[in-house]
Design a protein around this ligand. Structure first.
Ligand code: NAP
Ligand code: MG
Length: 399
């Protein structure tokens, strides 16, 4: 069989624990036999991040800017326990945080739908993608516990020294107060990432805030989105046959429950945090959720939404059999290969991505799946396969 050729390499970011095992299996069984795989390899496994003082993460992010498309394995974000476990020089930052900061991107999360894993919401027929703004608001807040009577004010000291003051509250007893912010630059790149992603996936995009109550803060988000849409995107949306519309967050929540899916829902940071958990669990499972970071300049980084599945890895290390779901990691690869195929005008590569996704879903639909899905499927008599056998079964179908 002739292997499919690639022209530009993908940026490949390897990772940790169970997902690192899955990563290698996917390459050996599902990619190398069919593609002349070209990647620029970066080992983001925790040991190598520690050896390189985390320079490898920055280099991988720089390579992504240069080459345009990356695929990333789940990685450990170190905490105190990991510092001991891996004898780390320091508690390195979250690689996803580092990459997001370098690419200035927005994260899009989409459930992978398959017959036999049914959404709780009956009328959801197509996936709903959540686009979450990943900067500011309550995630970068400043808070004060007010101990008793007194005045709290917002003070903006301009560069020239002049001041703008607004009374927050004149307390006559104890209470709490919170200051939050965002920047036009961050909101603008959020808006551009959303519009670019809508165009690239040919889906409508909704955006919603609470601008009726937050007449300056949330209103700024609404205005920036509208302004960028009108100036830069309206004709391209018309041409693509897709729509942008803004509505109040309450209205969006109500509409989402009645919709059939197939659109992108752009959310402010807090709304995106909360709503993506709701949407992913209502669709079935975190192990069936793709995630892509899109920068406003049109650079893409694909990954699974779940972590390194530590509990399964420790079982694997003890020599016990595991049944870890590789679907989201497979779809990270297919997402990246398809995008590379589109950008490099290699229809065969994009078609291969389609076929691999199809073979993966057909395997589940035939009743062969990993334990997490076997527990929730509506299919009769599901067969639970091990981590490796599930991937081998997909490979069989692909051949
Ligand atoms: P996790 O890896 O998402 O796993 C949590 C639990 O969810 C697992 O124990 C398992 O449940 C289930 N699960 C998740 N993915 C699964 C899959 N593919 N197949 C089957 N079951 C799956 O989260 P964690 O164990 O809390 O975190 C482990 C490490 O991942 C942490 O060090 C964290 O820093 C890192 N992390 C990385 C990323 C990323 O790189 N994007 C994201 C999140 C977390 P059962 O044990 O009940 O089977
Ligand atoms: Mg959350």
């Amino acid at each position: 069989m002739k292997k499919i050729a690639m022209t530009t390499p993908l940026v490949e970011m390897d990772g940790d624990e169970m997902t690192r095992i899955i990563w290698q299996l996917i390459k050996d069984e599902l990619l190398h036999p069919f593609i002349d795989l070209k990647t620029e390899y970066y080992d983001l496994g925790l040991e190598h991040r520690n050896e390189t003082d985390d320079r490898v993460t920055i280099e991988a992010a720089e390579a992504t800017k240069r080459l345009g498309v990356a695929v990333k394995c789940a990685t450990i974000t170190p905490n105190a326990a990991r510092v001991d476990e891996y004898h780390l020089k320091k508690m390195w930052k979250s690689p996803n945080g580092t990459i997001r900061a370098a690419l200035d991107g927005t994260v899009f999360r989409t459930p992978i739908q398959v017959a036999g894993i049914e959404p709780c919401v009956r009328n959801w027929k197509k996936p709903i993608t959540i686009a979450r703004h990943a900067y500011g608001d309550v995630y970068k807040n400043t808070e004060i516990r007010v101990s008793g009577p007194g005045k709290v004010e917002l003070v903006y000291t301009k560069a020239d020294g002049s001041e703008v003051r607004e009374l927050i509250h004149d307390f006559d007893g104890a209470g709490v107060v919170q200051g939050i912010h965002n920047t036009d630059a961050s909101i603008e790149s959020f808006a551009r990432s959303c519009f670019e992603y809508a165009l690239s996936t040919k889906q409508d995009i909704w955006f919603a805030t609470k601008d009726t109550i937050s007449k300056i803060y949330d209103h700024r988000f609404k205005d920036i989105f509208q302004d960028i849409y009108d100036r830069e995107y309206a004709p391209r949306f018309d041409e693509a046959g897709i729509e942008y519309f803004y509505t109040l967050i309450d209205d969006a929540v109500a509409r989402v429950m009645k919709a059939e899916g197939g659109f992108i829902w752009a959310c402010k940071n807090y709304d995106g945090d909360v709503m993506s958990d709701m949407v992913s669990s209502a669709f079935g499972s975190l192990a069936m959720m793709t995630s892509v970071l899109v920068s406003p300049s049109g650079v893409y980084e694909y990954e699974a939404a779940h972590g390194t599945v530590q509990r399964h890895y420790y079982k694997h290390l003890k020599g016990e059999e595991t049944s870890t779901n590789s679907v989201a990691t497979i779809f990270a690869w297919t997402g990246a290969l398809r995008k590379r195929g589109e950008l490099d005008n290699l229809p065969e590569l994009a078609e291969f991505a389609d076929r691999l996704e199809h073979a993966t879903l057909a395997t589940i639909e035939s009743g062969e799946m990993t334990g997490d899905l076997a527990r929730i499927t509506t299919l009769p008599n599901p067969k639970t396969l091990s981590t490796k056998d599930f991937i081998l079964s997909i490979a069989q179908r692909l051949k």
